[in-house]
Design a protein around this ligand. Structure first.
Ligand code: ZN
Length: 271
């Protein structure tokens, strides 16, 4: 009987449709849960600390590419370390964090020990030779493979431990260049990635007033400020800028802390 067949077919259709939509709904819920987990567990780059405390972190990169090491060796450059920076920090009792490359640490082991031994300071990891983790990064040579990327991180950690007895917990990418996979590599080696949210612009800047202005224009509570420890010719005005910058920031009610202290007790330091 055609009518009954029709009714049967429509029931079957409805049952299938209900089943199919049930499966689709379950799949959607599953994907959402998975998505939330991936989001939660995805390694982050810490670019600043909590905004609700008047604390900021001065950070200094001690860069040393292989080309810089060669220029030092051939005496084209006198030094890649400006002691006036550390003197200024110590005389003003200003905490700071130093992201040190392995080549720099091997060149200036006494300075690394000095920094590590001063409770004002913190020494962290900035790769072995300041090669870039991605292409087209300020003209830096590129680390050629994942295993070499792992070496860049772990070799520097080992060096800093053997030279100064410190165990770095933060890594800063040379030039700030990375992709998602690089984040996973660094995290798998027990380091958190620290970037910055305030660019002092001290690289190749001769006018300390420009550096001071760059920072004062963009600083806010929780800021991580990036500067360089290299001195002239790469960062000729950093030390002079600090003479103005440190009191100016304190006048604004901001307090200097190391990155470690900036991030203390903060489960979600944010980007
Ligand atoms: Zn650097």
């Amino acid at each position: 009987m055609p009518r009954q067949v029709e009714v049967e077919a429509s029931r079957r259709f409805r049952r299938r449709w209900l089943l199919a939509s049930g499966v689709a709904l379950a799949a959607a819920i599953g994907l959402i849960i998975l998505g939330l987990n991936v989001f939660k567990e995805r390694p982050r780059v810490i670019e600043h600390g909590p905004r609700d405390r008047p604390e900021i972190a001065l950070t200094f990169d001690a860069d040393m590419t292989r080309a810089m090491a060669a220029r030092l060796k051939s005496e084209q450059v006198r030094s890649w370390y400006d002691p006036a920076i550390v003197r200024e920090l110590q005389e003003t009792g200003t905490p700071a964090t130093f992201f040190v490359t392995g080549l720099w640490a091997m060149t200036y082991p006494d300075v690394v020990r000095l920094l590590a031994g001063d409770p004002l300071f913190e020494v962290e990891n900035h790769s072995v030779d300041h090669a870039a983790f991605t292409a087209n990064c300020f003209g830096l040579p590129v680390v050629p493979s994942d295993s070499m990327k792992r070496w860049e991180v772990s070799r520097t950690a080992t060096l800093l431990t053997s030279i100064a007895g410190v165990t770095p917990r933060y890594f800063r990418f040379p030039g700030g260049c990375y992709d998602r996979r690089d984040l996973q590599i660094v995290h798998s080696l027990g380091h958190e990635v620290v970037g910055w949210d305030v660019i002092s612009g001290d690289a190749f800047e001769r006018d300390p007033a420009v550096i001071v202005q760059n920072v004062l224009e963009t600083v806010q509570p929780g800021a991580i400020i990036v500067m360089h420890l290299n001195g002239a010719p790469h960062a000729p005005a950093t030390a002079t800028a600090l003479q103005t910058l440190i009191p100016a920031l304190r006048t604004r009610g901001l307090r200097f802390v190391t990155v470690r202290d900036l991030l203390r007790g903060s489960s979600s330091p944010g980007r």
